[in-house]
Write a protein that binds this ligand. Structure first.
Ligand code: TYD
Length: 133
């Protein structure tokens, strides 16, 4: 599975902590930041892969599960620490679920939004990775 847990550099002290993401934390140039918030606990987000986009997911608050599939294996990663992010490479199917109340998922991305980069059908995803390895 083309994913990696990324330790977010931070400064911690008794008065609170700072997580710091500069470009060297991710293996791509940062082009976009967005975040999911007010997600109902029953909601499932994601349900797609990206042809080129690389992302770092950071649980700024609360927790949620990321289910990842590469056509061979399936892995579930629980994100619940703001100093641990999840790098997801392109060509990886992801579903986000089990959001806790108040959870915020920040996404650092390698490209601006373009719908052409999405594969939203799982069978198409399996076809795509077969022909683009
Ligand atoms: P999508 O990426 O499918 O959401 P998720 O993976 O969290 O379930 O995006 C949902 C909608 O929001 C879709 O219509 C595209 C739009 N969108 C943008 O316009 N810009 C963005 O940067 C993102 C992430 C989504």
């Amino acid at each position: 599975m083309d994913i990696q847990i990324v330790e977010i550099p931070n400064v911690k002290n008794a008065n609170g902590n700072i997580g710091i993401i500069e470009n060297d934390v991710v293996p791509f140039d940062i082009k976009r930041v967005y975040y999911l918030y007010d997600v109902p606990s029953s909601a499932k987000r994601g349900g797609h892969a990206h042809k080129n986009l690389q992302q770092l997911l950071v649980p700024l608050s609360g927790s949620f599960d990321v289910v990842l599939k590469d056509g061979l294996d399936e892995v579930t990663v629980t994100l619940n620490k703001p100093d641990k992010g999840l790098f997801i490479n392109s060509n990886t199917w992801r579903e986000l679920e089990n959001f806790s109340s108040g959870a915020v998922c920040m996404v650092i991305a390698s490209q601006e939004y373009t719908e052409e980069d999405y594969i939203r059908d799982y069978d198409q995803f399996l076809e795509y990775i077969k022909t683009n390895k």
